[in-house]
Write a protein that binds this ligand. Sequence first.
Ligand code: USQ
Length: 397
Amino acid sequence: MKIAILGGDGFIGWPTALHLSDAGHEIHIIDNLSRRWIDTELGVQSLTPMDSIQERTRIWHQETGRRIHFHLIDLARDYEVFKQWLSANRPEAIIHFAEQRAAPYSMKSDRHKNYTVNNNVNATHNVLNAIVETGIDAHLVHLGTMGVYGYSTVGAAIPEGYLPVGIDTMGGETVRQEILYPANPGSIYHMTKCLDQLLFQFYAKNDGLRITDLHQGIVWGTHTEQTRRHAQLINRFDYDGDYGTVLNRFLIQAAIGYPLTVHGSGGQTRAFIHIQDSVRCIELALKNPPARGSRVEIFNQMTETHRVADLARLVSGLTGAEVVNLPNPRKEAPENDLVVENAKFLALGLDPIKLADGLLDEVVEVARKFAFRVDRSRIPAMSAWTKEIAPRLNADP
Ligand code: USQ
């Protein structure tokens, strides 16, 4: 298949590009390199040393003989350029990762809120608009988030996108139908993914576009089978207070002797998935497109749930790291339960990698190898969800 990977230079985009290229597909990365610019803005860098996208693709060609093409296009701002590219190249599938993906970054200031909304919503709408306008028959696979649901459940499992409801009519009958699960975002970033869902629903209904939305949990790990093949194919690995996600942060903190930064009591329960499974799920979704004219296909892309405090205990037990409970920069429930249905990917053959499988050690090893690159002052999460929370944050645990 000819596949366009929008945001193919990012944390999941890059290993996905390698995985699908390895599987024999023709890969075109479209990226505005914004993630690299944000590193510069924040004054942080990936724990792992990353080469330019051009150099990465050169090494991939040298190692495998396969080419990954790179096109520098800003989807949110260069609609006409993207439309022309689409019209000339006519990919059979488009994978859309091209959004600002950090909740803390999206909450930093009014400017960051505006940027995240403008960038994410425009990028998604431009893709949909351009598919219709060029008339190409591409399956769109979007990386969404578990965060569209909110995380509290009332003992019931979160279904894969759609909630069966019964509506009482005036005539006393009960009509059964399935609705999009009510959106309940916890940050501006998560809110943009909720807005994306409505855009998808409209374009599937109005124009018959074939769309798959992957509601993904928190990714952990860094290597995939392909990124291991050469030092210069290494994936990015974020540890800072804005872009580092909780389990990877704990593993890096443990590796450099920094206390594990639990927000509040650590009673927050979240869904998780290993990066290798993430790229496998994307391939499974590509192989199983919805029929033209059907509703948006939604998968819950996660393999297990864990409480933040339990993860800290696990990492501490593995490494001897100290655990600290910090004031929570976020406005979120101090505790929640979370049960999630994920039967669809399992039925398609996903064999999940679990925390218990021993790959945590591998992440600690990577973290130890590059520990000299860590700026400890960038570890605390300093982006406050509200003006009231800001003064309570403590930079130095
Ligand atoms: N947390 C800590 N200590 C830390 C960092 C985070 O206790 O040092 C807590 C947070 O307060 C939160 C939980 O861990 O309760 C998860 O935070 P996170 O930064 O790991 O994940 P989140 O902000 O939810 O976002 C990440 C990705 C996002 C993706 C989302 C999936 O950045 O792109 O959509 O995970 S999900 O969480 O399922 O919505």
